[in-house]
Design a protein around this ligand. Sequence first.
Ligand SMILES: Cc1cc2nc3c(=O)[nH]c(=O)nc-3n(C[C@H](O)[C@H](O)[C@H](O)COP(=O)(O)OP(=O)(O)OC[C@H]3O[C@@H](n4cnc5c(N)ncnc54)[C@H](O)[C@@H]3O)c2cc1C
Length: 105
Amino acid sequence: MNHILEFNLEAGWVRVQPGLVLDQLNVYLKPYGVFFAPTVAPTNRATIGGMINTYGCGKGSIIYGRTSNHIIELEWVLADRTVTDSQSINQATLSQYKQDSGSLG
Ligand SMILES: Cc1cc2nc3c(=O)[nH]c(=O)nc-3n(C[C@H](O)[C@H](O)[C@H](O)COP(=O)(O)OP(=O)(O)OC[C@H]3O[C@@H](n4cnc5c(N)ncnc54)[C@H](O)[C@@H]3O)c2cc1C
């Protein structure tokens, strides 16, 4: 699970698998003059999945933002093996979801 699946320079996004290491992503992006902003340490070991899970930020976060500021969409698997997608939601929708007594809530 460490592959780069899709890259759209014009739109400014890249779709990756969660085991991709931060340095590997930035080596790939460098020729295009862009980088994945969060500079957590250690960059040669931290995976994108681990950075998302630990809410990673790093020394450039005041300028560039932390990992969560750069996630457009996630595909994830729940403990009951449900595969689902998540995208940014507003506070009102979050409040609705919190009322759900199932795994979504
Ligand atoms: C020496 C050192 C310096 C650091 N400095 C900084 C810093 O300056 N700024 C900063 O923000 N952070 C820092 N960190 C924390 C660092 O950001 C995290 O340790 C790192 O991002 C986690 O990535 P990892 O691949 O090592 O994850 P792991 O440690 O392997 O995993 C972290 C957590 O995420 C879970 N996880 C991993 N992948 C997935 C997945 N695909 N799906 C679900 N859960 C998953 C794991 O089960 C675990 O609970 C530092 C860590 C170290 C060791």
